[in-house]
Write a protein that binds this ligand. Structure first.
Ligand code: SF4
Length: 352
């Protein structure tokens, strides 16, 4: 996926070309505005790559974008944000109609941090797998009913164990549907590569998965590293070099961070993620999860499940403890504030 601002046509074309050169078969681009959509039209003229577009809450942009891409990705959990009075089926019907008209495939992209709230309510708070699974199965059932067949599904989580479980369960219910695999917000290398490897090894060696994406928090210029990491994992699996076991645990400090994309609101986000990793080394032996996200689109929701969450705005970093907001702090002040909260959590856990 590109991490440039989509409306910066030259930078985005350059990054798509670098990703294709590294071996990407499909390159995803984020489109959040009509300016991005206009830029995409020009970008598509300058590159030969298969382009996929990421429709977050702006699903209505589909008809503007579809002529220029091969695939539309939508997230069932995002279809609830706008036009709430409209049932999701109507929105998906619209997307399927647009996709058909322009010969596009679709991906139903379910993400752990933005699951349909109605699905979450039906299950125990500790069960994050069933709402994701049910959401995907409902959308597949609907697409089948309306006769739309050119679609795949992804079920992503930042915890590789959950990625293995949810994809295994989906594959046993709907083995006919292609699965796109990925560990979302896997974080910085090498940890991000290790988490991804664990999930891919366990799934692909059992024949589950049709396409992959490696998501790493790296500066925009280093995005081809995601492709290189994916290729190495696939090569190792094909050669029987499978290193992980299913029964692993995240019993130590776990830092998850988004891979960054065109929505990043301050480039300092990448450095901040690295600084968080360095600063928190002293807490390595404590089972605490810290999430660092690059924007307001996914940041607020996708930090809810972490012990401490940071989502980065243009000038301030928003700090959360679980779903509770603790305040917004400057990029200079956030590390000290984070350390205070981390120390308090460690104290709570050790005295509990
Ligand atoms: Fe992009 Fe925001 Fe997701 Fe990070 S959290 S990958 S910046 S949409």
């Amino acid at each position: 996926m590109t991490a440039t601002h989509t409306k910066d046509i030259d930078a985005t074309v350059e990054q798509i070309s670098a990703l294709v050169e590294a071996g990407a078969d499909v390159v995803r681009v984020a489109v959040d505005s009509s300016k991005d959509a206009e830029a995409l039209a020009e970008i598509s003229r300058q590159v030969s790559a298969n382009l996929a577009v990421d429709l977050q809450e702006n699903y209505r942009l589909a008809e503007v974008i579809a002529p220029f891409v091969s695939k539309l990705r939508y997230n069932p959990g995002h279809l609830y944000h706008h036009e709430r009075e409209k049932p999701w089926q109507e929105k998906v019907q619209y997307l399927a109609d647009v996709a058909k008209e322009h010969d596009c495939a679709m991906r139903v992209g379910v993400n752990c941090g933005s699951v349909d709230p109605a699905k979450k309510e039906r299950y125990d708070v500790d069960d994050s797998i069933s709402p994701m699974l049910e959401s995907a199965l409902d959308h597949c059932g609907f697409l089948d009913d309306i006769g739309f067949t050119r679609y795949c599904v992804s079920l992503k989580d930042s915890d590789p164990k959950k990625v293995i479980e949810v994809n295994t369960r989906f594959a046993s219910s709907r083995p006919d549907i292609p699965l796109h695999l990925g560990v979302t917000e896997a974080g910085m290398p090498p940890d991000g590569v290790i988490k991804t490897r664990i999930a891919f090894e366990q799934l692909i060696s059992k024949g589950i998965g049709d396409t992959i994406r490696v998501s790493l928090t790296v500066p925009s210029s280093r995005k081809p590293e995601e492709i290189e990491a994916g290729r190495q994992i696939l090569t190792d699996i094909a050669a029987g070099r499978v290193r992980s076991v299913v029964d692993f645990g995240l019993e130590s400090l776990n830092i998850i961070s988004c891979p960054s994309c065109s929505r990043v609101e301050n480039e300092a986000f990448i450095d901040l993620a690295q600084q968080v990793k360095e600063m928190t080394k002293y807490a390595q032996d404590h089972a605490v999860t810290i999430a660092v996200m690059g924007c307001r689109v996914n940041g607020p929701g996708e930090t809810d499940d972490a012990d401490l969450g940071l989502w980065c705005g243009p000038k301030f970093v928003n700090l959360k403890k679980g779903p509770k907001e603790l305040g917004a702090y400057s990029y200079d002040a956030i590390l000290d504030r984070l350390r205070e909260e981390l120390d308090a959590i460690i104290e709570e856990k050790t005295t509990a």
